[in-house]
Design a protein around this ligand. Structure first.
Ligand SMILES: [Zn+2]
Length: 184
């Protein structure tokens, strides 16, 4: 009797054709035998690269956050009315309390670096050319860190230093409308 495989009946073969009649049918035993040669063999891998442009809606909360960056150079967060946590970027729901968040908060442009790493090697998809630093920044008025970049004075970058957001002249409604954070 063929071995059982989850989702398929034990004794019934499945078919390659749409109707089954007159088509070649393959039993599960045969499928297993076909794959048996792979046992103990390291599968082959090939390197490739695909480029997949796509567009996605950032949602009502994300839209307001990014529009405030673009149109007013303001950094908006939002506050959970149950636990009072101020999130930035703002969230639709509080992950701690499972309630919708509807109270907007304008945060300061300054904050404190709570974690960072300096990037010296160039790699695809980096926001800018190295050297630069990724930093977690706890903005004044926020309870969580915002991940962004620091481009200048990297030798002075430490956890605990204060930084200030620098906005681009040309803004498009993107997190990089904040060009970077500078040490103050
Ligand atoms: Zn909450």
């Amino acid at each position: 009797m063929p071995p059982s495989v989850e989702g398929f009946p034990r004794e019934k073969p499945f078919c390659c054709g749409s109707r089954g009649e007159g088509k070649t049918s393959i039993t599960l035993v045969e499928v297993r035998i076909m794959a048996a040669w792979l046992e103990g063999v390291e599968g082959l891998t090939l390197k490739g690269q695909i480029r997949v442009p796509y567009t996605w809606w950032v949602g009502e909360v994300g839209s307001r956050f990014l529009m405030a960056l673009r149109d007013e150079c303001k950094i908006l967060g939002n506050r959970c009315k149950v636990c009072n946590t101020v999130y930035v970027p703002p969230r639709k729901n509080c992950g701690r309390c499972f309630v919708n968040i509807d109270a907007w908060v304008e945060l300061g442009r300054e904050g404190v670096v709570t974690a960072h790493t300096i990037v010296r090697f160039e790699y695809p998809l980096q926001p800018v050319k190295p050297p630069f630093a990724y930093a977690v920044i706890k903005l004044d008025g926020a309870d969580v860190g915002l991940v962004h970049i620091v481009k200048k004075d990297l030798e002075r970058l430490r956890n605990g230093v204060r930084v200030r957001a620098v906005f681009k002249e040309q803004r498009t409604g993107h997190i990089l409308d904040i060009d970077s954070f500078q040490i103050v």
